[in-house]
Design a binder for this molecule. Structure first.
Ligand SMILES: O=C(O)C(=O)C[C@H](CCCc1ccccc1)C(=O)O
Ligand SMILES: [Zn+2]
Length: 331
């Protein structure tokens, strides 16, 4: 295995792959610690080990879910590598040369369990990623109602988050990786079973992470492959510096809106079960204060890119247009 480094979740320590960039550890603070509140208020990541957000799901495992989750359908992704690079199906027509980095299929939970058992033999990995909905069985409903809604709703209110958009159930195989991307929502990420490594970068690192264009199926995802970075194409990736942690059962990681993150199910620790709590971002303040902060600039870049792609009415013309506008003039 290439160079490794050791990381702890506060209880166990893990050997993880060392990447080319430096990282600092994400603080792990009690939900009763004023500094924890402060970090969330300031849009900074924090690991919270004692909030019991999903303690009512502490007994969740594959068998329990299989017996109780009901006969609904679960979106499941399949990849021939360890990477599960998300893509937006609706944007595929914009990039003719785009090759889907993974397949997707809606399965019953029973089919999914069979796939994870069979998949191992055929060298194909799978990742269940499905919004929890009303098709789940009554025991799951009562576990869901048992989540610490008081705490998370209090956080939503005091930090002026928008509405809860959804809770996604994630079940991954050991070694699965969700490559580095950012989301446009606030996220309290609750780890239920198994261990996940998170690598985070603040929105200021946008220039070092080279996201795909907004019309690209992999909008919001970095073009840089951490396992094989092309430093010619992406020279500023050398300057990237991030934060990282390991989350284990019961931990909650606050992932601030627009923060980049890569998620790895630790290779030898078995499958992982997680639940996300995604909230729309804070409403834009009436009074804009200057200078604009990094995530306001990311939002601006996204709006400008979308406007240009729409005005040209042809994604293929955008690269040349952007280069003509900037190269040699703003460089
Ligand atoms: O919670 C987050 O934000 C994560 O990135 C968690 C990540 C899976 C997310 C899959 C996904 C990515 C983009 C759109 C919808 C779904 C993991 O845990 O592997
Ligand atoms: Zn994400």
């Amino acid at each position: 295995m290439s160079q490794t480094t050791r990381l702890t979740d506060g209880r166990k320590s893990f050997e993880v792959k060392k990447y080319t960039f430096a990282t600092e550890v994400i603080p792990r603070l009690s939900c009763h610690d004023p500094e924890c509140e402060e970090r969330i208020a300031n849009g900074l990541p924090v690991v919270i080990p004692d909030v019991n957000l999903v303690a009512s799901a502490r007994h969740w495992n594959i068998d329990y879910l299989h017996d109780n989750i009901g006969d609904g359908k679960f979106m499941t992704y399949f990849s021939s590598s360890k990477k599960f690079k998300y893509y937006d199906d609706k944007k595929c027509p914009n990039v003719k040369s785009f090759k889907k980095p993974m397949e997707q299929e809606e399965l019953t939970f029973d089919d999914f369990v069979q796939k994870i058992n069979k998949g191992k033999s055929k060298g194909q990995r799978c990742y269940l990623q499905q919004t929890l909905n009303e098709t789940v069985g009554k025991n799951i409903v009562s576990d869901f109602l048992g989540f610490n809604w008081n705490w998370v709703t209090a956080q939503q209110k005091k930090n002026s988050f928008g509405p809860l958009t959804n809770n996604m159930l994630l079940i991954g195989q050991e070694g699965n990786i969700t490559p580095v991307h950012y989301d446009e929502q606030e996220n309290f990420f609750a780890q239920v079973y198994g261990y996940k490594r998170f690598i985070l970068f603040p929105p200021e690192e946008f220039p070092n992470l080279y996201p795909h264009p907004t019309y690209h199926p992999c909008d919001r995802q970095s073009q840089v492959d951490f396992d094989n970075a092309d430093f010619e194409k992406f020279p500023k990736f050398r300057n990237a510096t991030g934060f990282e942690t390991i989350v284990g059962p019961g931990d909650v990681l606050y992932i601030p809106i627009y923060w980049w993150h890569q998620v790895e199910s630790i290779p030898i620790e078995g499958h992982t079960i997680s639940v996300t709590f995604w909230y729309k971002g804070r409403p834009t303040p009436e009074k804009v204060t200057y200078p604009l902060n990094a995530h306001q600039k990311v939002a601006m870049m996204r709006n400008i890119e979308k406007m240009i792609a729409q005005a040209l009415n042809n994604p293929d013309e955008v690269p040349e247009f952007m280069q003509n506008m900037v190269l040699g003039r703003y460089t």
